[in-house]
Ligand binder design. Structure first.
Ligand SMILES: C=C(O[C@@H]1C=C(C(=O)O)C=C[C@H]1O)C(=O)O
Length: 202
């Protein structure tokens, strides 16, 4: 239950970019009071493929541009969400999802090394193809609940760095493999959607 008292997330907003942000707290839809207004709530909790939605919104002028791909030590909140030991190594893929060439979404998808090895799922081969095409076309993947937070600005690429951007994450699971996908909605998306999201208590 969110109250009007200052919360760690608001204190984080005062943290200078250079400092490591506190791991964000991710909230389920039922934990958000008041619930975000439309169109934000719809974009946060839509269970469908974001790739398909952005493809439609951009009238097929959609593209994925990889920014970073490789093995890294996964963050605390990522290890927790994946059920991996603290400090686990994992494959990290950071991309922009673009409409008409504009970055509309920053996305960071991660999977633990131990679960990837032997899974037959190779994220490194994706390139500029959408991860969503893989995850939504393979019916063996099931999507876990969507959680939301205001994304730490320090985790964003410098060119789009801004405090309190709305983000969501969910874990796609197939057997012992979990792929944690976090998506941060950038201001250019709201310009396209036609309205700035209403303020919310989070
Ligand atoms: C999960 C999806 O895949 C999208 C594609 C991504 C990628 O190619 O790295 C990352 C985030 C997603 O928004 C989707 O389309 O819903």
């Amino acid at each position: 239950m969110l109250s009007s008292r200052p919360r760690p997330l608001q204190i984080v907003a005062a943290v200078p970019h250079a400092a490591l942000p506190h791991p964000p707290r991710w909230f389920s839809a039922s934990q958000l009071h008041p619930r975000p207004t439309e169109p934000l709530a719809d974009w946060l909790f839509d269970q469908g493929s974001l790739t398909r939605r952005l493809t439609a919104l951009s009238a097929d002028h959609f593209s994925v541009s990889p920014l970073l791909e490789g093995w890294q030590t996964l963050r605390h909140d990522e290890c927790q969400a994946l059920g991996a030991p603290e400090g686990s190594q994992g494959w990290v893929r950071e991309v922009y999802l673009r409409g008409h060439g504009q970055p509309w979404v920053f996305a960071r998808s991660v999977a633990a090394r131990g679960a990837l090895e032997g899974s037959g799922f190779d994220l490194s081969l994706l390139g500029s193809r959408s991860l969503g095409e893989l995850l939504f076309s393979d019916r063996a993947f099931t999507r876990g609940p969507i959680e939301v937070t205001r994304y730490p600005a320090a985790w964003l690429p410098a060119e789009v760095r801004e405090e309190r951007l709305w983000s969501r994450r969910s874990c796609f699971v197939r057997d012992a493999l979990g792929v944690l996908v976090a998506e941060v909605y950038l201001p250019a998306l709201w310009d396209e959607v036609g309205r700035k999201p209403q303020a919310s208590s989070l």
